[in-house]
Unconditional design. Structure first.
Length: 588
């Protein structure tokens, strides 16, 4: 009854009846698998229909031909030598093979080759049973493409780049006796273009740069996009001079105008280069060395290339140690605020103070900001320092009020990091409300460097918010930048502070005298008041007073002191300007 049911099902499926179970098994195998038999020399003696279908050859073309006619060229001699060595010994071989169809296209098969051993114990033929896995290989290839290729530019991504670099380094000394150069490249103006014209234009620039870099590509030069606007180039078999010339051509090529749709721009790039094994013993060290060289190229003005030198690693180590010590110092309360007076030439006005930051370093002692802020490039730590200064000056101002000190206001210095978000300004108003200290008791001093950031509009809004509440805004170190006059027009600046470099030679340099006179006249013409910094002699006091400078600040009056000494310092200033001016000859 069971056999009858099977026969009925086979008829419904248009399957022919079989006289024996063996014939049915052969039919099932022929329907699902690709089968071929060859002799020991590789001559084909049998193929099934499935073999003919997938190869595109007829049975007459295949039988009698050597199996080598199907070789795709995807496998090397070593691959086939190992396979034949195994099956010739009478053992089954299993693996994946890429074959070539009659039309030249390739297909992949999962193959099992079973040797036939005769009664004499010798192999006299091979039966190969294959299953078509071409679709799976295509899917794998597509996945490999997705994993290894940057979707935006179509070139290798960071993952593929790292794999290539690892391979190159691992084979170094065996197949590649020459050095390996790693170049890291950043587009100098990328963020500006993204912010100004949008990400679509930024993406187009990345595609253009990728295309120009790929013109370098060769078996010895590998190019990839590592992420954002950073690209990597690995060069093998090139001496330093050739690498230098090649990267110089890259910089020149990238300077060519780029049509970005709404605008045509000239761009530039910075490149850092390091060498394995001369300057790095591992992949990580090579990346770090190249990155240090890239950072140095940016420091030197961008649009240039920089080879790694050991000194860069030493500088980076010192900066790292500084950052760690700086963070520790903030946590352990090693920073202090000292206060220096700002004296009004109008005797009717009370003195003001500037809060000056000092670091009581456990090993290096008393440090001024010039000794540590220049190398600080961590916006987060700088913002934390700015918040410390803000909190401290409010605490100190409360104590100054308890001391009944006659003061106009207290000034503090801020950096770009303080204005990168609303946190600093928000905290200022929170402290003002909590302590009852009016905003007009404070002055915020900024340098022109604060205005050179990319978030200019946000900065302008935050300064206007402080200014509208009564906070005085002072432009510090005036005259040392490049666009101070434009900032005086646009920004809510109340006070201009002339840099000390113009004051030091005021009594002997006619050029400096002309500059100071011009600054005072321009500032007054724009409705600003002027403070001169670095006043150290009576001659300078006399000249600046005669020129109409509104306030003076410097060691001539007092050095910066801590909160406890402020009453004594303020008391000593009560005799200005009569007694100070009378002692001009002695002081100078």
């Amino acid at each position: 009854m069971g056999d009858g049911r099977m026969t009925s099902q086979m008829k419904k499926a248009n399957t022919p009846p079989f006289p024996s179970e063996m014939e049915f098994i052969r039919y099932a195998l022929d329907s699902a698998a690709i089968v071929a038999i060859t002799d020991v020399k590789g001559t084909i003696t049998f193929v099934n229909n499935k073999f003919c279908e997938i190869s595109g050859y007829s049975r007459q073309e295949l039988v009698g031909a050597n199996h080598r006619m199907l070789h795709s060229g995807m496998h090397d001699v070593r691959f086939f030598r190992q396979m034949y060595k195994r099956i010739a010994a009478g053992r089954v071989w299993q693996g994946e093979i890429c074959n070539r169809r009659k039309d030249g296209s390739h297909y992949w098969v999962d193959t099992t080759i079973v040797p036939h051993v005769n009664a004499a114990g010798k192999v006299d033929s091979y039966t190969a049973i294959r299953f078509d896995i071409t679709d799976r290989h295509r899917a794998d290839e597509k996945l490999r493409h997705i994993v290894n290729i940057d979707a935006l530019t179509g070139i290798a991504n960071r993952r593929r780049f790292q794999e290539h670099l690892e391979t190159v380094i691992s084979t170094h000394g065996r197949t590649q006796p020459s050095r390996v150069h790693l170049a890291l490249l950043d587009i100098d103006t990328f963020k500006e273009i993204n912010d100004t014209f949008g990400h679509d234009v930024g993406d187009e620039l990345l595609r253009v740069v990728s295309g120009r870099l790929c013109e370098l590509a060769s078996p010895e030069v590998f190019v990839a996009r590592l992420g954002g606007d950073e690209f990597g180039i690995v060069m093998t078999g090139h001496p330093d001079r050739e690498v230098h010339d090649m990267m110089g051509k890259v910089l020149s090529c990238l300077r060519q105008p780029v049509d970005l749709g709404p605008v045509v721009r000239r761009c530039s790039a910075s490149i850092g280069i390091a060498t394995f094994p001369d300057q790095a013993a591992s992949l990580d060290e090579l990346f770090k060395a190249s990155d240090l060289a890239l950072y140095r190229a940016k420091e030197l003005g961008r649009d240039r290339l920089q080879f790694f030198v050991p000194r860069l690693r030493e500088v980076a180590l010192r900066k790292s140690e500084l950052l760690h010590a700086f963070e520790t110092g903030l946590a352990q309360g090693q920073f202090r605020l000292l206060y220096q007076p700002i004296i009004a030439t109008d005797q009717q006005l009370k003195p003001a103070l500037e809060g000056l930051l000092r670091w009581e370093h456990p090993q290096q002692g008393h440090l001024t900001p010039g000794a540590f802020l220049a190398d600080m490039n961590d916006p987060g730590l700088l913002a934390a320092l700015g918040m410390f200064v803000l909190e401290q000056v409010f605490t100190d101002m409360q104590k100054m009020q308890e001391m009944a000190l006659p003061l106009r206001r207290v000034a503090i210095n801020v950096t770009n990091a303080d204005f990168r978000s609303d946190a600093f300004v928000d905290r200022f108003f929170e402290l003002s409300a909590r302590t009852g200290l009016s905003p007009d008791m404070f002055c915020i001093e900024v340098t022109e460097g604060v205005f050179l950031g990319r978030d200019f509009q946000q900065l302008e809004g935050r300064l206007h918010r402080l200014h509208a509440a009564g906070v005085e805004i002072a432009l510090d170190d005036f005259g040392t930048g490049f666009a101070s006059l434009s900032h005086l027009r646009r920004m809510p600046i109340d006070r201009v502070k002339i840099d000390r470099s113009f004051i030091s030679n005021l009594g002997t340099s006619s050029a400096d005298l002309a500059i100071v006179r011009g600054v005072i006249d321009i500032a007054h013409g724009m409705g600003k008041v002027v403070t001169a910094e670095g006043v150290e002699t009576g001659v300078q006091v006399e000249i600046l007073t005669a020129l109409g400078c509104d306030s003076l600040q410097g060691w001539y009056f007092a050095k910066a002191c801590n909160l406890l000494h402020l009453p004594y310092m303020i008391a000593s200033l009560q005799s200005f300007p009569e007694q100070r001016m009378k002692s001009r000859a002695v002081a100078s």
